[in-house]
Design a protein around this ligand. Sequence first.
Ligand code: ADP
Length: 425
Amino acid sequence: MTLALGCIADDYTGASDLANTLTRNGLRTVQTIGVPRDDLALPDVDAVVVSLKSRSIAAADAVAKSRAADQWLRSRGVRHVLFKICSTFDSTDAGNIGPVMDALQADSGDAIVLVTPAFPGTARTVYQGNLFVGAVPLNESPLKDHPLNPMHDANLIRVLGRQSKSPIGLVDLASVAQGAEAIRARLAKLAADGVRAAIIDAVFDRNLEMIGLAALDHRLSVGASGLGLGLARGLVGSGLIAATTGSENAGAPVGGLAACLAGSCSQATLGQIAAAERIMPVLKLDPDKIVAGADEVQRALDWAGEHLAKGPILIASSSTPEQVAAVQARHGRDAAGHAIEQAMATLSEGLVRTGVRRLVVAGGETSGAVVDRLGIPGFLVGPEIAPGVPVLRAVGAGGDGMLLALKSGNFGGPGFFEDALRLMR
Ligand code: ADP
């Protein structure tokens, strides 16, 4: 099997978003958690997205991790690697986009790298090298107050120029609108002038399709899920890979018991739990008892043992904002959050031991704790339950073959748990 596309994502949720975008655009895609072991057995897929947590760590660490991911992908025959960044270009003058780009470019041997965070589907567009979030430039958007990467400059040629050792140029919308050949010509001209990376304007998906086609001539590109869309459509459109619905295998039934865990306290999740109470047994955990010790987890596992054989169940730590504030005041925000995440992870382990093969988890951090504890190395992306939330099939040793749905708090409609279980047979 030859992989048509390799991706290195600088955070987990961005990786999931990209893997979902590639799947929806016809590529059979696996998302791995971290750089996989050399012996990871992959199903037959077109693309692999390696999820790193490298957005806000020291630049040297981000470079080392990204190079390791790149080497793993190249060793699997990947020609083109997309370094996946946030569509709001989250970074500081110290990096990490520029340093990682420079290192991967040196390894790739490419003379020039295409860079665009544009993702029109989520209202991120780039014009004259300036990034817009909806109707406003990046530096007037809420990103100006981001706690880790406050973005004070919308001009990406300047932003990337402060991070990279390379001279940065622009492929403007006028060239992009003329199609892939015009983009290639402009890139060749910039490269001949000594420019080593180019911000590329894109306002519509059709711009990204042309950019994707041009990018496939190179070994490296840098962008958000929008560029992933362009690359996927480029690969399918040029016949380099056969389009699939991307998800048939991933969604095949696995049988076994089904359970849901909710650690998100978002309004959407609270509503989804209320809806689930009408169709399945629901156990509400006592957060104070969780922080106090392990008995609450054992009580939940005993309860699950009584109900699971009869059908799906839901166990939730979630409570209202007032109750959450009270718990945090008693135990500290981080201590309470960590204890509850770990309790959910222990619960997931116990449930899998009991025979659960279909697991729905609500909450971003909660999902991370569960996936880490189950030791799942990666997922094949399946059909979409709600926008941005696909069914996932575990690949590799830990939890091999089980189905999961991992939802960050605000995602999904009121019937999310029922919707998920309907697709996870
Ligand atoms: P979301 O995706 O909605 O942000 P997360 O799982 O990322 O959900 O975050 C929810 C956080 O709240 C986790 O750290 C979780 O352990 C914590 N938590 C869950 N239930 C409670 C509760 N009843 N009181 C306080 N914190 C809670």
